[in-house]
Design a protein around this ligand. Structure first.
Ligand SMILES: *[C@@H]1O[C@H](CO)[C@@H](O)[C@H](O)[C@H]1NC(C)=O
Ligand SMILES: *[C@@H]1O[C@H](CO)[C@@H](O)[C@H](O)[C@H]1NC(C)=O
Ligand SMILES: *[C@@H]1O[C@H](CO)[C@@H](O)[C@H](O)[C@H]1NC(C)=O
Ligand SMILES: *[C@@H]1O[C@H](CO)[C@@H](O)[C@H](O)[C@H]1NC(C)=O
Ligand SMILES: *[C@@H]1O[C@H](CO)[C@@H](O)[C@H](O)[C@H]1NC(C)=O
Length: 777
């Protein structure tokens, strides 16, 4: 039971400070408080193992977690008093010590007492992760805030869990692609690396690679998972103490490494890592935090800036622009305490937060101090140059785009400099191994306040298609990847706080609007072979046991199969004469727009196992250099789920395919592409339902597939009776015909001949309908 005590006591205490230009104004948040009934157990109150941290959800501004002697979780940016975060006793965590925390989509993940727990804050429920059987200390992951596109949302699903500092040769690394609900062992580490230890493992979406931070004798380096970076490590850098690794939001590849005496930054996902320089005054520049003799208390970073609070009670700010890796000391004000923590709450707004215990209530109040960095940097004592750029804009900023196979993208940005200055705009991508760009930069004569406007036209396409980079530089074109593009000013002053770089996320992958459609210009209904009314009425047909194999292996079945025809899904079948070699005309559509007729390679599978057809070409006549794949080999190699698609297709014309051509006379089952292969039907009328897969890996990143039906007609049913009976029947038929030929003309001249003729015509009409359905009723 809850007893409501005090309601809405909001107090705002403004400290007027002596300085003319204070760093920040302090105020305290104190709101309506609730005391909990003493009988209600709050669970185990969590605490953090290291110095204070504040982590904010990159996509949800007001959702954040404070980690210190207590944890505080907020969804309104600490605008109300809060009780410390606790974990239900039913979770049985033992020691409620938190060593790592991460926001993943709508969840907060915590490592408590060497195990991973999931706090679903919307449902206020806790879950323990499954699949982790060894102690872990840290989790890593990322969030994508550019779009609600499924590929962007999926970024938060990938989570690693690991024990930092563990010996690499025997450590257990876990991986989850489902928001940490279920982990699997991540196999990557080789056995020989005895002296090395694990600094962390991360998935860098900026590069579309996983990377392992390996520590050896005071040095660290990244090892990457995929071509072309997997051959060698990133350059080694000093690893003093135990570095925390921050992946800066935005998928730009910016990383921050820090502990008390060290601060390093990387702009290319760890391939190059540099110490951050420290500027104490206009003329004092130290090459590192160690040189400057300062001790870091905590660090905060957002897409554009980096802030550091030191134990010496100083605040530093640095821009995360491309060329600057320096932090500048801001004017002094007493803000540090062991409980203080830092966070960027908005572009250029830094917040220093200190929880304040309340002797009467369990809920803590919060002391907040908001620093407007832009205003502070204007302080003439800091001698900081004005920003040279007045405007930097582009409609692509903060959006997500897709480049599917062979497509390109054009973006434009514009910059207006301050009069008399020459800032240098530039564009760069985070993943040059898969995305290449060409920038055309020009002055367009248009003036704004007397300044010439600069425009940047940017063309982007897959790095492969620029034809400039060799395969030792480009990632595999078959693999879908991500990259960001950033437009910024090269020689930007630190004072350009409000002038944020323009960034867009590019998915070099499937364009989800793409789909394939099989042309159905001559349908069996329009030609009168099948009746749409009959087909729609829960129509079913029979496949004889001699014509299909339920296991799709081409063996005859034991009994006939009754198949329901899904008219809602397939509509009327396409009409195909049995005696003409055939292949479907496949169209590519983007949304509701027709694009082209697909010329890429594809395969067909009859879903009910009908095998009464073959292919016009054999491996030899298709000019294969190696044994082609076929449905039997695919089903054998990929048991359980046998899709034959762009992931597992290997062309028999590929010079790298060294599967020898042992059976040149087997049917060649791939249609489209360079060959004129077609389907040849046996003498059998009936409906075939095909599933089609585009297998060409270079046509689209999408798994293009669809199901369609055809109606094969024109074949005479094969004799099914015994020869003697057949002969007898034929004899009777001939005799009857002769008799009729003699009799009919006579009858037609008689009175009743007219009604007989009418009966004959109507019989024929009825027969045309039912005979069409002859095989399958
Ligand atoms: C790490 O420590 C060594 C020796 O104390 C020092 O020379 C080096 O500069 C330090 N590196 C960093 C990045 O602080
Ligand atoms: C830049 O792009 C714009 C719009 O796409 C186009 O109108 C303009 O001609 C391009 N300029 C140059 C120099 O290519
Ligand atoms: C790619 O790298 C390999 C091994 O380092 C080298 O032998 C080969 O010549 C390189 N290829 C090109 C095109 O540079
Ligand atoms: C359709 O036919 C099947 C058997 O052929 C029958 O079980 C089913 O109930 C029918 N459905 C409707 C809606 O008539
Ligand atoms: C499939 O290919 C294998 C050889 O790779 C061959 O032995 C087999 O006969 C082929 N199956 C069919 C149905 O063509």
């Amino acid at each position: 039971m809850l007893v409501l005590m005090l309601v809405a006591v909001a107090s705002l205490r403004l400290c007027s400070l002596a300085r003319a230009q204070p760093l920040c104004r302090v105020h305290t948040v104190r709101t309506g408080k609730i005391t909990q009934d003493v009988h209600e157990t709050p669970g185990d109150v969590l605490y953090f193992s290291s110095t204070t941290r504040l982590i904010r959800h990159p996509c949800k501004k007001n959702t954040a977690l404070y980690l210190g002697q207590q944890l505080f979780f907020t969804r309104n940016n600490f605008e109300s008093s809060l009780p410390p975060l606790s974990i239900p006793t039913s979770m049985q965590v033992g020691i409620p010590e938190v060593t790592s925390a991460h926001f993943a989509g709508p969840l907060l993940l915590l490592v408590v007492n060497k195990k991973v727990y999931i706090y679903n804050y919307r449902a206020n429920s806790w879950t323990a992760s499954r699949g982790i059987y060894h102690p872990v200390s840290h989790i890593s992951g990322d969030n994508c805030c550019y779009s609600r596109h499924p590929f962007c949302l999926d970024v938060s699903n990938l989570i690693f869990a690991y024990l930092r500092g563990d010996e690499l040769s025997k450590t257990n690394i876990y991986f989850s692609d489902r928001w940490a609900y279920k982990f699997m062992e991540y196999a990557s580490v080789t056995q020989s690396e005895i002296l090395r230890s694990l600094g962390g493992i991360f998935y860098f979406h900026s590069l579309s690679q996983a990377a392992l931070l390996v520590i050896e004798q005071g040095q660290a380096k990244f090892g990457y998972s995929d071509h072309p970076l997997d051959r060698s490590f990133g350059l080694p850098f000093d690893y003093n103490g135990t570095l925390d690794v921050l992946i800066v939001p935005g998928q730009k590849g910016i990383l921050i490494f820090w502990f008390e005496k060290s601060l390093l930054v990387s702009r290319n996902s760890g391939q190059l890592v540099f110490p951050v320089q420290v500027q104490e005054g206009p003329a004092t520049l130290y090459s590192s935090v160690l040189d400057a003799g300062i001790t870091i208390h905590c660090v905060a970073a957002n897409e554009n800036g980096l802030a550091v609070l030191t134990r010496e009670d100083s605040l530093y700010y640095g821009s995360l622009g491309i060329l600057t890796s320096v932090i500048v000391k801001l004017p002094h004000q007493n803000i540090w305490s062991p409980q203080a923590a830092l966070m960027f709450s908005d572009l250029g707004i830094l917040e220093i937060l200190t929880p304040l215990p309340d002797s009467e209530f369990p809920a803590f109040d919060f002391q907040k101090c908001s620093v407007n960095i832009q205003a502070v940097l204007m302080d003439p004592q800091l001698h900081i140059d004005l920003c040279k750029v007045e405007v930097l804009q582009g409609s692509f900023d903060n959006k997500m785009y897709t480049i599917d196979m062979n497509s390109k993208l054009e973006l434009a940005a514009e910059m207006i400099p301050r009069p008399g200055t020459t800032p240098v705009p530039f564009a760069m991508v985070s993943n040059p191994h898969s995305l290449g760009l060409h920038v055309y930069n020009y002055e367009d004569g248009y003036t704004y306040d007397g300044n010439t406007r600069h425009r940047l036209n940017i063309s982007l396409k897959q790095q492969h298609h620029w034809g400039r980079a060799d395969t030792n530089f480009t990632s595999s074109i078959e693999r879908a990847t991500f990259s960001t593009i950033t437009v910024d000013i090269a020689n930007k002053e630190i004072s350009c706080v409000d002038l944020k770089p323009l960034t867009a996320l590019i998915s070099i992958g499937c364009d989800l609007k793409k789909k394939i459609v099989v042309q159905n210009e001559i349908s069996a209904c329009s030609e009168g072979n099948l009746d749409p009314v009959v087909l729609q009425d829960n129509y079913s047909y029979v496949i004889e046991k001699e014509a299909y194999d339920p296991n799709l292996q081409g063996q005859k079945a034991d009994q006939d199969l009754v198949v329901h025809y899904p008219y809602e899904k397939l509509g009327c079948p396409l009409l195909v004469p049995y005696d003409t070699p055939w292949k479907p005309v496949v169209e590519l559509w983007q949304g509701e727009k027709f694009q082209e007729v697909v010329k890429a390679e594809y395969v067909l599978l009859e879903v009910n196992g009908l095998f009464t057809y073959t292919y016009s070409l054999t491996a030899r006549t298709a000019r294969c250099n190696s044994q082609p794949q076929n449905w039997s080999t695919i089903m054998k190699d990929f048991q359980g789920f046998f899709t034959w698609d762009r992931e597992n297709y290997v062309s028999c014309h590929d010079p790298n395919n060294n599967n020898p051509l042992q059976w040149p006379n087997v049917p060649y089952q791939i249609l489209g592409g360079p060959t004129e292969n077609k389907i040849i039907f046996d003498q059998r009328n009936g409906i075939y339902v095909f599933i089609i897969y585009i297998v060409d890996p270079y046509y689209s990143y999408c798994h293009l597939t669809t199901t369609f039906s055809i109606y094969v007609y024109g074949a005479f049913p094969l004799p099914i009776l015994h020869p003697e009976i057949t002969i007898t029947l034929i004899m009777i038929t001939i005799l009857l015909s002769v008799w009729l030929a003699y009799m009919i003309p006579k009858w037609l001249n008689m009175e009743q001949g007219h009604s007989f003729k009418g009966y004959w015509v109507s019989l024929c009409n009825r027969c045309r309908k039912s005979c069409a359905c002859f095989q399958f009723r």
